[in-house]
Design a protein around this ligand. Structure first.
Ligand SMILES: [Zn+2]
Length: 184
């Protein structure tokens, strides 16, 4: 059976034309840059060398009904917004579209995927004091950060990735293994 929902780009075009009441459903919409309508989450990599249309079609965003199909919501762009997977999971399935609007207005913004990676690594480094010791050791003997990065990459290659992301525990394990190898 074919998917009755319009393609992502058609949904973007509909909302980008600012239909009445659009702003409560699309506080973060920028037609040139794919992002979650509710939280603004995006990934720079989506747009590299691609037309906005291709970038939106490839973006890991989900087509979410404002009023669910199971509650007689239409499969038209006017009833569908594009959400990241956590927003889709947390958003209301309710007969009154206003609930979705209120939910979106209370939704916290989320940074880009790249920034989340940086934050996650910094947090992991904060929990592995040995890694900081090893880094200052490398610097003290005239080594470069690139040397430490090379060792880190080797250990990272041995890690298994669940659900597309390194887990917090895996990052800490990589940092600990790197530290042990760098320390004399
Ligand atoms: Zn989101």
């Amino acid at each position: 059976m074919t998917d009755p929902r319009p393609p992502k780009w058609a949904i973007v075009q509909y909302w980008a034309n600012k239909p009445p009441g659009h702003d409560v459903f699309t506080p973060h919409l920028d037609p040139d840059n794919p992002c979650c309508f509710a939280c603004g989450w995006f990934s720079e990599r989506w747009t590299e060398g691609r037309s906005p249309r291709k970038a939106w079609e490839r973006a890991t965003l989900e087509r979410a009904h404002i009023v669910p199909a199971g509650l007689e919501g239409f499969n038209a762009a006017s009833n569908i917004i594009l959400l990241c997977s956590p927003c889709h999971r947390d958003s209301p399935d309710w007969h009154d579209p206003w609930e979705m609007a209120v939910w979106i207005s209370n939704r916290d913004e989320r940074p880009s995927k790249e920034m989340e990676h940086v934050d996650a690594w910094l947090q992991a480094a904060g929990r592995v004091p040995l890694f900081k010791v090893a880094l200052s050791e490398v610097v003290a003997r005239g080594g470069s950060a690139e040397e430490a990065a090379g060792v880190m990459r080797q250990h990272a290659r041995r890690a298994v990735v669940h659900s597309g992301e390194l887990s917090q525990g895996t990052m800490e394990a990589i940092l600990r293994a790197t530290a042990r190898e760098l320390l004399p």
